[in-house]
Design a binder for this molecule. Structure first.
Ligand SMILES: [Zn+2]
Length: 437
């Protein structure tokens, strides 16, 4: 059996310079099109005093105004669409957990670009015609199910459109249909592994399942390690939101970041406070421009997701830049002495220190004009405090040093005994902000 290395070699093998030249061409076309046909975006550009002729290089994209989720809600359901209903072949509608839902319309070309993007990603992790893929994302108005479904069909895999729920039946299908790959949320993957175990099924020994494409919710390297160790599956991250089309971009076989196809999207990571662009490795808010979307174009769309980017060439040979895992939401950001701090950064650093447990708390206060930050963290094992005092002082110094390196802010550290800090049923409340602003 011959395995494809690239789905779309013409695009995937492009050099950085060629990608950027193509992006500039596509951006110019997009901006002229929006200026001509989008009342919304023309007004937005005029408000920012910018004309399509001002876009003379790719970097000139910074002159263009941002778009926000609020814009979609304010123009519900379809007032931001370009063209009419007769141009559309599908709608997806996102659930409105925090307000009105948002509606996304797709032309046939929008759907083709979406499934091509997924097809490239699936090929890059080694999937193809030999594979049977179970799609255990929800089918329907949510983009997960159909997004993976059409991408997997495009590469010639055999799709099992299982959707969500009825986990025992899902595991039977995996066995009976010799499923080799699955797409679902990481938490559902963990759940499925637990149910399989209860059924007496060892996924590694009793099934052919070897690959998982996991997304639609934030997860961590720790969770990846847990999934891979307990099931023998290789787990890959996938990213996208309905406003961009749906799940679009995946990691490659290297598992070191999510490739964003440069012909389809232009990525910026910005400081959420100032809107300034940040460099490689710096953590900030994603702003994504979809370069070829027809029905609902998005320019510098601020998703609210926090990540960083890496533009060095990947070991897989692709020059298309990579973003990190999503590391949190901008809404969670703290500003300490003028520096943006994400609780996820604190978590990431603490988790790298083996002597520490999983529970921590961040206490922010203000003394005079100066912000202070205290990180209280539980030790992994109960310590007989009296005779280990030197060790504890050394550990405390190490934690403070590593946090300062990662956050660029000096931090006070308090090590506490296991079981000291509050536990939470749902989303953990990690931050106590005592500043009166
Ligand atoms: Zn790669």
């Amino acid at each position: 059996m011959i395995y494809l290395k690239y789905w779309d070699p013409r695009i995937e093998e492009m050099s950085t310079a060629d990608i950027e030249a193509l992006q500039f061409k596509l951006l110019k076309t997009l901006v002229y099109r929006l200026y001509s046909f989008s009342d919304f975006y023309r007004a937005r550009m005029k408000g920012s005093n910018v004309h399509p002729d001002d876009i003379r290089s790719l970097d000139d994209i910074v002159k263009l105004p941002f778009m926000y989720k609020k814009d979609l809600r304010d123009h519900y359901p379809d007032k931001m669409f370009i063209g009419g209903q007769e141009d559309l072949v599908r709608y997806h509608v996102s659930s409105g957990t925090t307000g009105k839902p948002t509606v996304v319309g797709y032309t046939q070309k929008d759907l083709d670009n979406w499934s091509t993007s997924v097809a490239r990603g699936l090929t890059s992790v080694g999937l193809g015609r030999k594979d049977v893929m179970q799609v255990s994302y929800g089918y329907g108005l949510f983009t997960g199910g159909l997004g993976l479904h059409y991408g997997a069909e495009k590469i010639g895999a055999t799709v099992v459109p299982a959707s969500v729920g009825n986990t025992e039946r899902q595991i039977e299908l995996i066995q009976d249909l010799k499923v080799t790959a699955i797409a679902c949320t990481p938490s559902y993957m963990v759940h499925m592994a637990e149910v399989a175990e209860k059924m007496g099924i060892d996924i590694n020994r009793d099934t052919k399942l070897r690959t998982a494409i996991l997304g639609a919710e934030p997860w961590t390297e720790k969770m990846r390690a847990r999934i891979e160790k307990s099931t023998g599956i290789k787990a890959y991250d996938i990213y996208g939101t309905s406003e961009l089309s749906g799940p679009l971009f995946t990691e490659c076989s290297e598992q070191n970041g999510i490739h964003i196809w440069g012909d389809l999207a232009y990525v910026e990571v910005i400081d959420p406070e100032t809107g300034e662009r940040l460099g490689p490795g710096e953590r900030g808010e994603l702003a994504i421009t979809m370069l070829q979307k027809e029905a609902l174009p998005m320019i510098r769309y601020r998703i609210g997701d926090v990540a960083s980017f890496d533009d060095s060439e990947c070991a897989c040979g692709r020059a298309h830049l990579r973003i990190s895992r999503i590391q949190g939401r901008v809404d969670d950001m703290l500003i300490i002495r003028g520096i943006n701090v994400f609780p996820s950064q604190v978590e990431f650093t603490l988790m790298s220190i083996p002597e520490l447990g999983e529970h921590f708390q961040i206490v922010v206060d203000r003394q005079g004009a100066l912000d202070t930050m205290l990180v209280r963290v539980e030790l992994k094992n109960a310590q007989p405090f009296s005779d280990k005092l030197d060790d504890l002082l050394r550990l405390k110094g190490k934690v403070a040093h590593l946090l300062k390196n990662s956050l660029n802010v000096a931090v006070d550290v308090e090590l506490v005994s296991p079981g000291t800090l509050a536990r939470f049923e749902g989303k953990a409340k990690r931050v106590v902000d005592r500043r009166v602003l």
